[in-house]
Design a protein around this ligand. Structure first.
Ligand SMILES: [Ca+2]
Ligand SMILES: [Ca+2]
Ligand SMILES: [Ca+2]
Ligand SMILES: [Ca+2]
Length: 344
């Protein structure tokens, strides 16, 4: 940022460019800054437009929108990054602002950070339910939160972690950490976010890092104009995908946009039920991300809508949702999309 300001301050006097050329250079610099912002690791991330992650206490009814009271996220750090990292949690408590009360605040959540062998690669860690050895790997840090005003609407920081404390995963050429938020008591809803940072006291992105989950439990916006997105990555082994959602409360439509689809509608769930829909994958969609768009209905508006989403391939394997979509946000390519009718 400093360099940027210095260039802007001196550029008009020092460089022998015309004003229009200078404007182009400044625009390019601003674009670069924007790209740096995209490299940031808020979870949920900017393109997703998801206000918060949600996990409920285990005494809550599933009609509140969480089917299993547990949420797992993985953080991926490229091998070339060797400085310490921190995993920060926004509004880790369950009380006060941000969260969703039922009766009184009586809920406790435990956050746990795992690294080492099998923290990612154990098959139970890559499933949707908190079962078997989903807490695989080495426990690096853990903390329990309840109704704690000192952490309300603020940040708690786990770490520092040396990136090599994660599990090395060769297909990512990097280290993976796992963070689990488990509801352990009570019936209220915990809303929160994460940030993978190079600093304990502020949010500074780790260049080239990403985060992903195999099942997403999140809070929708209340504003009907806001569209949320999740981006499953389709690898070259994928022939069909099964898109599953829970407790959507009939809040408008869920559709899929990709390099080969303009907006394919999927079945949506009502209150406290699951809905699933299966699609063939087009050849052109392999090695790209899908854009699952959550578009709210206008009337009557649905408030405080929590929803669960996962996507499986024809082998029953879950597709990862990267918070920074692999290959970027997919847009229909005219030469592909106009030729095809969406298939089921
Ligand atoms: Ca309660
Ligand atoms: Ca709170
Ligand atoms: Ca919270
Ligand atoms: Ca819901």
């Amino acid at each position: 940022m400093k360099n940027f300001i210095i260039i802007l301050t001196y550029s008009y006097d020092m460089f022998p460019f015309k004003k229009t050329t200078m404007r182009i250079i400044i625009s390019a610099l601003i674009c670069n800054l924007f790209l740096i912002r995209i490299l940031a690791q808020p979870v949920p991330a900017g393109d997703e437009n998801i206000p918060h992650l949600v996990t409920f206490g285990p005494q809550a009814g599933t009609s509140w929108g969480d089917d299993d009271f547990s949420q797992t996220f993985f953080f991926l750090i490229p091998k070339k990054f060797t400085e310490p990292v921190y995993i920060r949690v926004f509004d880790p408590d369950i009380g006060g602002l941000v969260d969703e009360i039922d009766g009184t605040w009586d809920t406790k959540m435990i956050y746990s950070v795992y690294g080492g062998k099998e923290c990612y690669s154990h098959k139970d860690a890559q499933e949707t339910q908190p079962q078997g050895k989903y807490k695989s790997g080495n426990l690096l840090a853990t903390k329990t939160f309840g109704n704690q005003p000192n952490y309300d609407n603020g940040w708690y920081t786990f770490g520092p972690f040396n990136p090599s404390e994660g599990e090395f995963v060769s297909k990512y050429d990097g280290y993976v950490f796992k963070v689990i938020c488990d509801g352990i008591a009570g019936d209220d809803g915990n809303l929160y976010r994460y940030f993978l940072s190079t600093r304990p006291d502020e949010n500074r992105p780790v260049e080239g890092a990403n985060a992903f989950a195999y099942e997403y439990t999140f809070r929708m916006h209340d504003d009907p104009k806001e569209v949320s997105h999740i981006y499953p990555f389709v690898d070259d082994r994928t022939i069909t995908v099964k898109v599953t959602n829970f407790d959507w409360d009939d809040d408008g439509i869920i559709r899929i946009v990709s390099v080969a689809r303009h907006g394919q509608m999927t079945k949506v769930s009502g209150e406290d039920v699951w809905a699933e829909d299966e699609f063939k994958i087009f050849e052109e969609e392999k090695n790209t991300s899908l854009d699952i768009q959550f578009i709210k209905r206008k009337n009557p508006p649905v408030r405080n809508n929590n929803v669960v989403v996962n996507v499986r391939n024809q082998y029953g394997e879950l597709l990862p949702f990267y918070v920074i979509p692999i290959g970027g946000v997919p847009k229909p390519r005219p030469e592909i999309a106009v030729k095809k009718t969406p298939a089921k």
